[in-house]
Ligand binder design. Sequence first.
Ligand code: 0X9
Ligand code: ZN
Length: 338
Amino acid sequence: KVFRPYSGAGNLREEIVKAAADHPNIARSVDIGKSLKGQPITAVRVTKGARTYPMRGSRPSVVFQAAQHAREWITPEQVRRTMHHFLNSYGTDAEITKLVNTTDIWFIPVVNVDGYDLTFNPDYRMWRKNVRDNDGDGQITNADGVDPNRNFPYKWGYDNEGSSPQIDSQTYRGKAPGSEPETKTQDAFIRKLKPKLMVNYHSAAELLLYGVGWQQQTPSPDDKVFEALLGDDANPAVPGYDPDLGAELYITNGDTDGHMGERHGVLTYTPEMSTCQTISAIDPNDPWRPEDCASVFHFPDDEKLIQQEFTKNLPLAIATAKSSHSPDKPVSVVGKTT
Ligand code: 0X9
Ligand code: ZN
């Protein structure tokens, strides 16, 4: 089955709500909150008896979310397709069936709903942040938007390298910790669900980032768990991606991974999915050429390439769901142990 890629938050929501309705025994769609402009932020829960199973029952839970950053278009594709894979494989694939019977799995394809929709206006294709009108002039310009991945309370505004107090910065942290509805929604949802693991899909750099973003001097015991789950440069859990401490790449604060880890005890990592340029170079017969890419975020509008990217990332997603049953001893797709 082919899903129309890059079709906007409304269409995507309609699709996932329908998919949940079509699988009433194992799925349920839930609006977990509202964006700044009042649009629903929608999740699909996949677990046996999804409509009646209690929130925070005995099954471990896991969350897959995407499009915190508006322009990172490949990321909702990953989450929607992973959701469909779980729904459609139930009853035929033994591994997926077992996971759905024993795990509370949540999919949120678009966190930054307003920003994502804005990027469908060609003038705003490179928009990253939410649509907060920082200067109150009634228009969305470079002075606007808060970075949803710098607005979380944990270590919010710790320094001016890991986030910015300037409204026109791409990493503007907002007026106050957790000031944005999108951040509040995520925080309240995770506080309530308390998942064991969470995947925060971003793009684009072919990385698997983990750990707190604000410092890298003091290693955390969780780093070992991530190393086992995500692998290393020689054997990464997603082919061609490099696992790394996020803070080693660059410092961040008020970011999701640090907040969810430290405030809610959720092992959270950030895949930086493939760039337009590298994916185009993979297949010499493909019409896309690296020079056709307007930016790393313009993942080709090519079903074959999107599906290939999804397939490449799926084994780690499945291993992550499995690992929610034994977070200290994660299931490795590359044979690493803690
Ligand atoms: O900067 C971000 O928010 C993420 N990269 S992106 O290009 N998608 O914007 C990465 C955050 C990962 N955490 C750290 N680097 N500490
Ligand atoms: Zn991002």
